[in-house]
Write a protein that binds this ligand. Structure first.
Ligand SMILES: NC(=O)c1ccc[n+]([C@@H]2O[C@H](COP(=O)([O-])OP(=O)(O)OC[C@H]3O[C@@H](n4cnc5c(N)ncnc54)[C@H](O)[C@@H]3O)[C@@H](O)[C@H]2O)c1
Ligand SMILES: [Zn+2]
Length: 361
């Protein structure tokens, strides 16, 4: 299986390396001279892969000063867990020239990235994404942070990693449900990108059954697409907002379900809702395209048992909402066609209510 490298061409470019059975020591040493480091993971990923990573790093000359394992799950993206983690780095004696390896899914990447970006005003960060979602989306692009009780991702920063290394072998232990969740982001990007990526969404069934070629293709398409978007608009002043496709309603559904709805399922329903808005707005007939892709990925088309009013209220709190002409309105990313996203489409409260209504219950 070939190892592929995609460069993210931002001010300080960084490589994203993808392969099966990566020689991690060599991949890391290509980018950073060995030194002092710490590994952050979670209670599921840590016992599975920390020893292997530690061994590879040690063999390449790194000194692993400590390991931090946070409880697995979104609840670890909190100020409390963050404060505990930076405190532990200080007690371990990680120095300013040290490196933090974030080994895990999007939760560990977001939390560990924020830790790395703020501990001693920033130490080097290496992302080692282990979930499909983190490989196709969250590990690339530099957005890191934690949640507040008031809402998701409300505290954070842009922190460029020095390297992202994704070993597809790690996906072997990922539960099926989480493969589907990762595929939701992949579908999102394939729809936004169009072209070859959209065509290769036909590989979804093979990817679900663990076919390494199919997984590598989808992961690479995603990384290339995200790298292009991030290169053009790293700080989300404009274009990068297209990556929120399906997320405006998706986040609202998650919040209204008290985060008991998996992110991928929420985004799946959010994309269907966006497709219904696009039908009414642009006469774009994309609902069945969405539904077929979600079916193939084992994702739901609807989010049952979510209250429309609660979801609307949560959308009001979404930090991505901006006022238009002084009037509060929602802004959506909608698809005029496959590969043709339109940003900042104003959507009224009533239209948003109908779109949510179409995908709940
Ligand atoms: N920073 C960004 O740009 C960005 C983009 C998208 C999502 N996110 C964030 O990512 C998070 C979701 O990421 P996620 O879906 O990876 O969640 P996650 O990190 O909670 O991982 C999902 C579950 O899979 C487990 N897991 C991960 N890798 C595994 C493996 N190889 N084997 C077995 N189990 C494994 C985890 O322990 C967890 O239980 C959310 O907090 C979301 O806000 C961030
Ligand atoms: Zn997402």
């Amino acid at each position: 299986m070939p190892v592929d490298t995609v460069e993210v061409p931002v001010a300080r470019p960084y490589p994203v390396v993808v392969g099966t059975g990566l020689d991690l020591g060599a991949v890391v040493s290509d980018v950073l001279p060995p030194g002092l480091c710490a590994v952050i993971s979670d209670s599921t990923v840590g016992p599975l892969y920390t020893a292997q990573v530690r061994e590879a790093l040690t063999a390449a000359g790194w000194r692993v000063t400590g390991e931090i394992q946070v409880p697995s799950g979104e609840k670890s993206k909190s100020m409390e867990v963050y404060a505990d983690a930076v405190g532990r780095l200080a007690r371990m004696g990680l120095t300013r020239d040290g490196t933090v390896f974030a080994l895990g899914g999007g939760v560990v990447g977001d939390l560990g990235g924020f830790v790395a970006g703020t501990y001693m005003r920033g130490v080097d960060l290496v992302m080692l994404p282990t979930s499909l979602l983190s490989m196709v989306d969250s590990a690339v692009g530099g957005k890191v942070g934690v949640d507040l009780p008031e809402g998701k991702n409300l505290v954070g920063a842009f922190v460029r990693p020095r390297l992202v290394a994704a070993d597809l072998q790690w996906l072997g232990t990922l539960p099926e449900r989480e493969i589907s969740n990762g595929l939701a982001e992949s579908i999102k990007m394939g729809l936004l990108s169009g072209g070859d990526y959209f065509g290769d969404l036909g590989l979804i069934p093979a990817a679900r059954s663990g076919d390494p070629d199919a997984l590598q293709k989808l992961v690479l398409h995603s990384i290339r697409f995200k790298a292009r978007v991030v290169a053009e608009d790293e700080m989300e002043g404009g274009l990068r907002a297209i990556l929120n496709y399906g997320h405006t309603i998706g986040h609202a559904l998650e919040a209204a379900a008290n985060y008991n709805l998996p992110h991928g399922s929420a985004v799946a329903a959010g994309m269907v809702a966006a497709a219904t808005l696009a039908r009414d707005r642009f006469d774009a007939d994309l609902i069945s395209v969405h539904e077929n892709l979600l079916d193939a990925a084992g994702l739901p088309r609807h989010a049952p048992d979510v209250d429309v009013d609660r979801a609307l209220a949560a959308m009001g709190k979404d930090k991505k909402r901006t006022a238009i002409d002084g009037r509060a309105a929602h802004r959506f990313v909608l698809l005029e066609d496959i590969g043709e996203p339109i940003r900042n489409v104003p959507v009224s409260e009533q239209e948003a209510r109908e779109a949510i209504g179409a995908v709940v219950g």
